[in-house]
Design a protein around this ligand. Structure first.
Ligand code: M6R
Length: 612
């Protein structure tokens, strides 16, 4: 959730840290801070509530921060409200230890009580200050080495953390440690960089090291050394990142979200191409054999937020096309429920970041039960990508806007490809159908382009509904799955209350909320339930609703009931979510813009939810 950066080299650290933090601001933006060590070994800390631009201004007001090593942090508050005191970096009272932290320390009460007994006092409400003072305590009590002090603290801390620590006595070093919160490090021409997210260091180096759980690293000018929790040195290989640094810039668009919506045709095309070989879905090179696919008795798709919604859509496709019993689970529920699990099933964990705490815990639970796991992940080298038995990489490039768009679309493609492959090897569709469905998939990018060319119409529609108190999204089957995502997009960036309903559920309670003028968006792309959803829409219209229909070209009856109609091209009904979601993403985008809200960084949200 929070973002951390570190640098040690020959250049002014504050410039590099601020640049990195700017790129990480999408991870948290309640407050920010940096600590920089100058040539006289003095560590100065500057912190502010709010955005990185305020931090930059404060540094400039103080006539700069000079020094060639430092750490920085952008915060998404967990313990303690957003404030300057609670902002990171945190320091021991004598500045012996200064650190930034990403994660949550669950036993902070117990550790705080211990430290108070040892004479420590606290100036903030954060769990991070406790970690800093615990490290300081062990440093002073034992051997006076950073590695020992941090390792001892790691053994005592329960929870998740990525820590970057500077010690007064070790001016040439920055130490980092990890448990369940990502850290990536890189070195180029003697300069050493560290961040919680690869996009923050991509403009400096594309050769990176990933720190694993319960490991430490020591950054020095020109070198990085890695250690296990026992303090033994370990060796790691670098991984090459294929993303271009420019991919994480706005590229002329006013917002990342709009840029990323416009990247969807490319993300869909590239993801599909990576799964096709000579017009066949090919998963063998991912290590998934036909025999593996034939032996699967069920699928459980797991994710959070939009990734979960991909699963809801995919469930209909896996079951109908490949005839495999499928469940979709919220990762936060799956991880704690004591349900009987299918040992011969496949658990598919979907995650853009590959770091979502609940999704990772769900993956680990399935693995611990001996169930095969498949990760559908966008961020290369992320924890889910490294821990899943099989991985399908979405080729969406870095996604910066908090509201996911292109990663969601790429994840759908992976599920469709998997469903097709399963259907083929299990003979639930014939060759002709298989070939025609692949052709439909290949046509999706140009159809998405076609929808994007109608952007101005969606913009006008946004101005009609932007002052609504509530907006409902309804549909049946796959259209219900699309409704869930359309509604989430709307509420997360417009702050308008919105709910998605399986259209048949309306009469069981929700219809009492419909008032004159309430926008109800009906998704109408599935033939077998089309008439049913139309009837449900009429019921809301009768009670005053303003009806907006998203319909595929051949479904004309909706014309007669809709106050506004969004017509989208046809494709195989299995894949309609890929098209129907595009106008809904644009609609939420324009509502948010017209309301003057922060589209890319909506209040209270962070891009990557790395704590429970
Ligand atoms: O990184 P993940 O795909 O695991 O993230 C899951 C959700 O946090 C994410 O999809 C969230 O719901 C989006 N902000 C929705 O736009």
């Amino acid at each position: 959730m929070c973002g951390i950066v570190g640098y040690i080299g020959e250049h002014q650290a504050s410039d590099i840290l601020l640049d990195g933090l700017k790129k990480l601001e999408y991870r948290g933006y309640d407050s920010a801070g940096v600590a920089v060590r100058n040539d006289e070994n003095k560590i100065s800390v500057v912190k502010t509530k709010g955005r990185i631009k305020f931090l930059k201004a404060k540094i400039e007001e103080g006539h700069g921060l000079f020094g060639t090593s430092g750490i920085g942090h952008t915060r998404w508050a967990t313990h303690g409200e957003p404030s300057e005191d609670n902002a990171h970096p945190h320091a021991s009272d004598d500045f012996n230890v200064v650190a930034v932290h990403n994660g949550i320390i669950e036993n902070y009460d117990e550790l705080k009580a211990k430290l108070i007994r040892k004479g420590y006092s606290f100036y903030s409400d954060t769990d991070t200050e406790i970690a800093v003072k615990l490290i300081d305590y062990y440093y002073k009590k034992y051997l006076h080495t950073p590695c020992d002090a941090i390792s001892k603290a790691m053994v005592r801390i329960r929870g998740s953390y990525a820590l970057a620590v500077m010690f007064k006595d070790y001016p040439e070093e920055i130490w980092v440690a990890r448990k369940d919160s990502p850290i990536v490090l890189g070195e180029k021409d003697g300069e050493v960089y560290m961040a919680s997210d690869v996009t923050a260091i991509l403009s400096h180096t594309k050769d990176v090291y990933y720190l694993d759980n319960m490991e430490l690293a020591r950054m020095k000018r020109g070198s990085i050394a890695f250690f296990n929790i026992d303090g033994d040195e370990i060796f790691k290989e670098t991984q090459k990142i294929a993303w271009e640094a420019e991919a994480a810039e706005k590229g002329g668009y006013p917002h990342f979200m709009l840029k990323e919506i416009h990247e969807e045709p490319r993300a869909v095309k590239d993801t599909l191409s990576s799964l096709l070989k000579e017009n066949e879905i090919s998963l063998e090179r991912l290590g998934i054999s036909d025999e593996d696919l034939k032996s699967i008795s069920s699928i459980t798709v797991i994710g959070c937020g939009s990734a979960y919604h991909v699963g809801v859509s995919a469930q209909y496709v896996f079951e109908d096309m490949a005839r495999i019993p499928t469940r979709v689970e919220l990762a936060s529920e799956y991880r704690y429920r004591n349900a009987p699990l299918d040992k011969n099933g496949l658990v598919v964990v979907i995650s853009q970041s590959g770091e979502t705490a609940d999704s990772l815990a769900a993956l680990r639970k399935a693995k611990a039960e001996g169930i095969k796991t498949l990760g559908i992940v966008n961020v290369v080298g992320s924890t889910i990508a490294r821990e899943a038995d099989y991985v399908i990489q979405t080729i969406a490039g870095p996604e910066i806007a908090v509201a996911t768009t292109k990663a969601y679309s790429a994840q759908l493609i992976c599920c469709y490809a998997l469903a097709l492959k399963l259907a083929k090897v299990r003979n639930s569709i014939d060759e002709e159908k298989y070939v025609s469905l692949i052709a439909e998939l290949k046509d999706l990018p140009s159809k998405i382009e076609e929808i994007l060319s109608e952007e101005e119409d969606i913009k006008k529609l946004a101005s009609e509904i932007r002052n609504a108190k509530d907006i409902f999204f309804i549909g049946r089957e796959i259209d219900y799955a699309t409704s869930l995502e359309g509604s989430l997009k709307m509420k997360e960036i417009s702050y308008i209350h919105s709910e998605a309903y399986a259209a048949g559920e309306l009469k069981h309670g929700t219809i009492s909320l419909i008032e004159k003028g309430t926008p109800v968006v009906g998704i109408l792309t599935q033939s077998n339930v089309y008439e049913k959803t139309i009837s449900n829409l009429i019921e809301t219209k009768t009670r005053g609703a303003h009806i907006i229909c998203v319909v595929s070209e051949d479904k004309e009856k909706a014309n007669t009931i809709a106050d506004d109609l969004i017509s989208i091209p046809n494709t195989a009904e299995y894949f309609m979510t890929s098209l129907a979601i595009i106008p809904l993403q644009l609609l939420s985008y324009y509502v948010s813009v017209q309301l003057g809200l922060n589209v890319d960084k909506p209040r209270n949200l962070a891009k990557s939810v790395t704590v429970e």
